[in-house]
Design a binder for this molecule. Structure first.
Ligand SMILES: [Zn+2]
Length: 254
């Protein structure tokens, strides 16, 4: 069985300036990761870095603040590229909504409109979506709900969800996924999220190089620690949790 990190950013030099060595380490520890990207250029660059390496799949994404600021032409180019290269990747991320870095109403509307377009493309291509949402949790959930109701598509994963507890019920109802970061070790809100959600809705992420509880560089090699914490909260043994989370991952992606 494999440990899966569904949300990392492995292009950073601080994680490893030797990607082949990182890949070997991950292989030794049975760890596989999806390297999320922030725009087309970042996708193409990161894919080049991991060409031929078995433990990392790079996926195309458009970070919400980028989605809010690129031109109409650049956004169209992003969508066209994703359609044309659909055989090359297994999911789309990260995408979403963010009102932390900008409060400009017009920019937020552009983000929203483009988030919808990306969701529609993901449904058309049947690709799972890795979603970032900050200070826009309610809006993101409303949009997701619309598509779940309309199409039955449920391959939505909320990464590092820090929304209020009152939204947990909605996430449960929608039967979408939340990926749990390493900061669960010292953050009660993630422990509660794991307690509240059914095990079938959980996935695991590092968001490397970010989200290390000790504020040091994170890497996918910390993934087993998150599995162990979830196992402890949910009352499973190590093998069981690996099995369950692997099945969740497979269901999410395929
Ligand atoms: Zn991220």
């Amino acid at each position: 069985m494999t440990f899966v990190d569904i949300h990392a950013h492995l292009d950073f030099e601080c994680i490893s300036n030797d990607k082949a060595t990182l890949n070997e380490e991950m292989k030794k520890n049975n760890i596989f990761a999806l390297s999320n990207t922030l725009n087309l250029e970042n996708y193409i660059h990161t894919k080049e870095l991991y060409k031929g390496l078995s433990q990392v799949q790079v996926i195309p994404g458009l970070y919400p603040t980028n989605a809010g600021k690129i031109s109409k032409e650049e956004f169209e180019e992003f969508l066209t590229y994703l359609k044309k290269h659909k055989q090359e990747y297994i999911a789309i991320g990260e995408v979403g909504l963010d009102a932390h870095e900008t409060k400009d109403e017009e920019v937020l509307l552009v983000q929203e409109e483009r988030f919808r377009k990306i969701i529609e493309l993901a449904i058309e291509l049947n690709k799972a979506l890795l979603i970032h949402t900050r200070k826009r949790e309610l809006k993101a959930l409303e949009i997701i709900e619309e598509y779940v109701v309309k199409t039955g598509f449920r391959k939505f994963n909320l990464h590092c969800f820090t929304g209020k507890k009152k939204y947990f019920q909605k996430i449960k109802e929608l039967r979408i996924y939340c990926s749990i970061p390493l900061t669960i070790l010292n953050t009660q809100s993630f422990q509660i999220l794991v307690e509240e959600l059914p095990i079938s809705q959980l996935l695991v992420e590092t968001d490397s190089p970010y989200l290390h509880p000790e504020k040091i560089t994170n890497t996918p090699l910390t993934i087993p620690q998150i599995y162990a914490k979830i196992a402890q909260i949910k009352g499973y043994d190590a093998k069981e949790i690996e099995n369950i989370l692997y099945k969740n991952y497979m269901k999410f992606i395929y």
